[in-house]
Write a protein that binds this ligand. Sequence first.
Ligand SMILES: *Cc1c(COP(=O)(O)O)cnc(C)c1O
Length: 219
Amino acid sequence: MSIGNKIAAVRRTLPAGVELVAVSKYHPAEAIREAYDAGQRVFGENRPQEMKAKHEILPRDIEWRMIGHLQTNKVKYIAPFVSMIESLDSERLAAAIDKEAAKNGRTIDCLLEIHVADEDTKSGWDYDELDAFVRGGGFDAYRNIRIRGVMGMATNTDDETVIRRDFMRLAECKRSLADCFGPEFDTLSMGMSDDYPIAVECGSTEVRIGSEIFGAREY
Ligand SMILES: *Cc1c(COP(=O)(O)O)cnc(C)c1O
């Protein structure tokens, strides 16, 4: 099946209002171009320099989403154009994004990445720490960041009960934090190739799908 057909097939399974981020990390610009020609405009990458290089050679109306752990000294590569940073996982990173956004005369949309999975390898805020930070006004000073919602990953397992538990937790985190932000806090980014139907059942508003669309990645 072509990339375009795969995108169409995924789209058919998504309810109206659930956004598809095509995760193109490690795939060449030609693959993104194919997806673009099939109408896809929103792409996810996890390495800043790779995103920048692709941004420079691909159409300008692509929305680039950073979904991978971001080092503070690399924010500068993407700050001029990135449409959303979904992996905001620390105060240091918030400060760095705010500073680079200001330099570029922009406000950058961000999601709070929250750690709910069983593995320690996954990044993200501990929910209780995040809750204390937010309620303590931790983000108030960062005028060039707009917090749009929450992002997370489920435990990497075949056990649907565990996956569902993780997605329900993420949904609950978003609900609990909603009173701290305005109506723009509207995004719940969860669900990948292997688990997105469950994420959608649990209220996801945005799925991030890579291998299902582009095939296996070559690292
Ligand atoms: C790679 C990645 C995805 C996409 O994973 P697939 O299994 O290829 O769909 C989604 N979210 C994040 C944060 C990722 O790093």
